[in-house]
Write a protein that binds this ligand. Sequence first.
Ligand code: NAD
Length: 497
Amino acid sequence: MSTKTSETTDQEIVGKNSIIPNYIGGQWVHSEATNQLHVANPATGDQLGQVPLSTPKDVGAAVESAERAFPAWRQTPAVERARVLFRLRALLDEYADELAVSLTREHGKTRSESRGEIQRGIENVEHACGIPSLMMGESLEDIAPGIDCETIRQPLGVFAVITPYNFPVMIPLWFWPYAVATGNTVVLKPSEQDPLTHQRIVDLAAEAGLPPGVLNVVHGDQATVSALLEHPDIKGISFVGSSEVAKIVYAHAAAHGKRVQALGGAKNHMIVMPDAKYDRVAQAINDSVFGSAGQRCLAGSVVVGVEDAFEPIRDKILERAAGLRLGYGLDEDVDMGPVISARHRERVRNYIGQGVEEGGTLLLDGRDARVESYPQGHWVGPTVFEDVKPESAIGRDEIFGPVAALTHAKSLDEAVELMQRSQYGNATSIFTTSGRAAREFRYKAGISMIGVNIGVAAPMAFFPFGGSRGSFYGDLKAQGRDAIEFYTDKHVVISRW
Ligand code: NAD
């Protein structure tokens, strides 16, 4: 258990009763909302501010501002748009440590996890800096005698970006830098649970030269999102969140004529073959399952030991999990922070209880975890189950907490079959020293993000990020070339002179 060593309290950082402003037309403005939600530090319980539940009128003002900014921004040459992003990249690098502290305060992840998240965000800004090349079209002479054909990519107008709480810096940066690099304008609706750090990034974007109205922010929850999905002047929606909401957003936005990419939840299987190097594998699996207190869409959740792999991998995972130090992410020597809220902690605890009721064997129980210096924190300790049935709640549902569900399979085929019973298909990993087993797994898995001897199969900015089956609604994913496809329309010009 850690001791309190962070010098400043949260109240010194932001006024605890202050209402978090929206950002419209280059100005921080107050929402019309009469209702607010509290934003609190999940480790200390200190209030950080209040998030307004912005109204359709607020959304209308943000969209109008984005619409107004669009023609001039579209006409700004791609190299100049890229220069703004180059400057933003430098500023993000310069302020990365300050941003990491703010991120840990509002989310709870450790300082090094926050720093890692910011780095992943920066990499997306870097990738978007290549927009003059990325946005090029194609051409072919003489598609018929004397006739040439070319495609040009054009921005569409205003996009909305709606993001979850678990990566409040990185996930907005999966989207809006590409949307603005391609010449569109944006309304961002961050998670209402931890909206503060991105406010600072919006200021840095303005400092980098992003013109007023190109990026706007409205805070809120479900009703604010509905106003965005229904707004006639929004051309497309980039969404990340739980599968339940992703499915609703996908259908709702499509019904209003928009293009949509909606990334959902996960139940990631980690398959350990008997020829794997158990020590290294156990470390990779523990980092995957317990990193960020299990609140990652790429977190390992079900660990499948194939044949003789089960017992040794179980014992090593258990030993490491029991040694993890829980605490406030800004303190020294902390491995795992709290979960985001008291409500979420109850949800995770209930799943653990249900796991026991449904016949799982609880080897390590994190329900009663405490951190003495922070009695108000939303603590859940590392939890490990074995004998988990795939149809039980802890074998089936996304828990989004530090819970490992261990099970065994007689063969790789059986492990794959077990994994494919899941409604989700976000990520999976195999651990093996056999190239043949790895290839077979890759061929059959049917899951979009695959790790081979990697516990967190996170595609970097220049590759697409997104799952399959119930983990993803849409066709074009986040990041990579897909981002350019999503935010542009291809126009074909056929010419004869
Ligand atoms: P969430 O679905 O509760 O919220 C996501 C966003 O949707 C928020 O901005 C929220 O305000 C809004 N929202 C919530 N309910 C809504 C509704 N009924 N209608 C319209 N909008 C609504 O998700 P969360 O708890 O913030 O984030 C965790 C989830 O996100 C997990 O399921 C996790 O797996 C998923 N996630 C997925 C990826 C991925 O790449 N697939 C990445 C990160 C997180």
